[in-house]
Design a protein around this ligand. Structure first.
Ligand SMILES: [Zn+2]
Length: 140
């Protein structure tokens, strides 16, 4: 076997390299396991969320709801299908469920009822505020 350090050819059952003394056995591989909790949340620039929502007359806002809803559900939230957002009245209930999901994935840092009021009253601005809160839990 060849020494991993200096490349010298050694006897196959040698424990140490005869050339440099490097240990040839029990070379434990470095641990690659990390305790990183991975979320499915995507980082987005809150300002861009707001600007896109304005210049697309709210269409980006719907896209934002759909995408963040998928990401939050993958991160443990339980938000119903985003199609409900196109239905009157039911969309309000859906936004409430969405807001509950926000509270869940941000470990309560963004309060559900506050998230709901932000989205309901401020629209794109509320979405931008919630995005900045989600960014803290997004993977880099
Ligand atoms: Zn060696």
């Amino acid at each position: 076997m060849f020494c991993t350090k200096c490349g010298a050819d050694n006897n196959d059952n040698a424990e140490f390299c005869t050339s440099c003394g490097n240990s040839l056995k029990g070379g434990a591989p470095a641990r690659s396991a990390s305790n990183q909790t991975s979320t499915s949340l995507t980082k987005r620039d809150p300002i861009m969320v707001l600007i896109f929502t304005i210049i697309t007359f709210g269409i980006y806002g719907i896209y934002w709801y759909v995408m963040t809803k998928l990401e939050m559900n993958e991160s443990g939230a339980d938000i119903p299908t985003a199609w409900l957002i196109i239905l009157p009245i039911i969309s309000i209930w859906w936004m409430w469920k969405f807001s509950e999901g926000v509270e869940q994935v941000t470990d309560g840092q963004m309060n559900g009822p506050i998230a709901f009021l932000l989205l309901f009253l401020l629209g794109g601005i509320g979405a931008a505020i919630i995005q900045s809160s989600l960014n803290k839990f997004a993977a880099d």
